[in-house]
Design a binder for this molecule. Sequence first.
Ligand code: XMP
Length: 305
Amino acid sequence: MVNPGEFIEEKVEEIASEVGEKNAVIGLSGGVDSSTAAALAYEAIGDQLTAVYVDTGLMRKGETDEIRETFDYMESLRIVDATDRFLEELDGETDPEAKRHVIGEQFIREFETVAREVDADYLVQGTIYPDRIESEGTIKSHHNVGGLPERIDFDGIVEPMRDLYKDEVREVARALGLEEMISERMPFPGPGLAVRIIGEVTEEKLDVAREANHVVEEELQEYEPWQALAAVIGKATGVKGDNRVHGWVVAVRSVESRDGMTARAQELDWDTLQRMQSRITGAHENVARVVYDVTHKPPATIEYE
Ligand code: XMP
């Protein structure tokens, strides 16, 4: 990328001339990639762009409200509350790839409904360079709206950031004036908290994962990790009050990386680890243990599923 200002100018022109007088849709997740792509495309084509935020029920704490506030200026923003439908579809599903597939499918269904309603001719996506590389591999399938073009015959797919790395996207986001909360935000996977819950997704595990991720994001901000997260990884015995409980084990993970393709587990100080432990075990009556993951990628991946 030459410099963010020139990049924006060039892409805004490109998008405007490609889409012309037609309509476009983009899936907005709250992450830096889709938010930046949406802001770029909105600058190019205004309300011809419909940004669709699907609340899957697998989002971070407070995410939906934040989206509503941040993108309030887009009249065409659509917020779809699909929590019940996602949880129903995920009910009983334990296999990691099957979970991803269910979520991807449901996401496409929700997105397709809006895309047809607004008569969208173009699909804008926040795909970045590492996404394209990782999708070529066979480690795991990445959702986003990958299957949508097979369902709707778009005139074209617009991916203004397809050659950028994450740090370059952040530069563009800052230059576009997006809030720090967005431009500096850690990556969050499309399938959301579902890949931070091993096995079946239940409301209780989701509550634990959501609270624990919130604690980790707050506590580890000062370490400036590439990504920090908490995952519900199983059950173990603990003592809460006078009772033995067979409660959830929450794993905390914090990694440094440039592109997510490889990563190093971060060294954290004991006080920070203990503070997180105390807040996470205190956040829910059924959390029995907190462990810290010291594995690099490879051999582990960043997410748990
Ligand atoms: P892994 O776990 O493969 O993750 O080391 C590498 C980076 O990709 C993110 N990730 C995903 N992003 N859909 C996404 O949009 C997915 O299914 C998905 N799985 C992992 C992960 O958070 C990390 O930044």
